[in-house]
Design a protein around this ligand. Structure first.
Ligand code: AVJ
Length: 325
């Protein structure tokens, strides 16, 4: 069998399993109080395009500021990374970010992007192979929130450096974030982690970033219902749910919800759910950090914090975290 055929079958199987997991999680989330669903379901193909548009919005500073930190401190970061290093990226993220890292590095040997979805990974890997002929690109389809086994570091290789940009860590609860960092400390033993984390700041700046005037973030949030209608045959009436995003200061997080505009019933996988007027489906938490708070969390997971880079306005941070030996 041709490898193309095999990967198509695997994709189809994964699609079926993915739809089943979405159905299971949505039913469980609608049955719990308060109602919630994991933000990982935002990222179908239309959702990923909407997220790309969010990253270009004037109000959404994280992507722009993080790219600025990566390019502005590229030499210092490359010095920390050292020669012939291997990059392990958690999530098949934006190629733009890892390129900034690779371009500054001294002879990077291998790039291991890890993602739960194989589709995104394969395409990204091909592009990087073409542009970095000396680089060994080895994508891994895995759930990086669980413990996993990575191929051994090459004998001639420098250190293994994890890369987790975008403040994706902010989607985890504090307990999940600690668990992720503990897992990363194991996998990166003897190396380090380069982590991007969004910072606590004026709530008005945060509010604007998640309530853009063009309504892209609202469309991104509502796309979850579009996806449920298409993939699971639900009948969410999009006009009857509103985007809501606000800063929960005591919990240091942006919360996104879909708010029912009136009392209504929705059919989900053959079951009927009633929403009261104003009742919400909690779709995302995006935790914000202080520099000290992030470093304390990293220490708790076994890392020894090195340099942290931030912009003059202290909007976003990049952390060098040395893994245990
Ligand atoms: C990809 C999780 C970092 O929390 O800012 C953007 C997702 N949600 N706008 C974030 C998101 C709404 C983003 N992360």
């Amino acid at each position: 069998m041709q490898t193309g055929t095999l990967s198509k079958i695997q994709t189809r199987l994964a699609g079926g399993e993915a739809a089943e997991a979405f159905a299971r999680d949505l039913l469980a989330g609608l049955s719990s109080t308060p109602r919630s669903i994991s933000p990982k379901y935002f990222y179908d193909a239309p959702g990923s395009l909407l997220f790309d548009r969010i990253c270009e919005l004037p109000e959404y500073y994280p992507t722009r500021v993080e790219l600025g930190l990566l390019s502005g401190h590229a030499r210092e970061i490359a010095r920390q990374v050292g020669p012939r290093a291997e990059i392990v990226e958690f999530g098949a993220g934006s190629l733009r970010k890892v390129r900034l890292l690779l371009d500054a590095m001294d002879r990077p040997v291998r790039y291991l992007p890890i993602d739960i979805s194989g589709e995104h990974l394969g395409a990204a890997a091909q592009v990087l192979r073409r542009d970095y002929p000396g680089l060994h690109v080895q994508p891994l389809v895995a759930d990086y929130t669980r413990h996993m086994l990575l191929p051994a570091l090459g004998e001639d290789a420098g250190q293994r450096v994890g890369f987790f940009p975008g403040s994706t860590i902010g989607n985890f609860t504090p307990a999940e974030a600690l668990h992720f960092l503990q897992m990363a400390a194991q996998v990166l033993r003897g190396g380090a982690l380069l982590l991007g984390a969004d910072l606590v700041k004026d709530p008005a700046v945060l509010h604007a970033a998640y309530n853009d005037t063009q309504g892209v973030t609202a469309a991104f949030n509502l796309n979850l219902l579009v996806r449920a209608n298409r993939e699971l045959g639900c009948n969410f009436d999009l006009a009857q749910f509103a985007h809501s995003a606000f800063y929960n200061a005591p919990l240091q997080r942006i919360e996104m919800h879909l708010v029912s505009r009136r009392r209504q019933q929705v059919r989900v996988c053959g079951r009927c759910f009633e929403f009261a007027e104003g009742e919400t489906l909690h779709t995302e938490n995006s935790y914000k950090f202080t520099l000290d708070g992030l470093q304390a969390l990293a220490r708790q997971a076994g890392f020894t914090p090195g340099p942290a880079w931030t912009d003059p306005q202290k909007l976003f941070s990049l952390h060098w975290l040395n893994a245990p030996t």
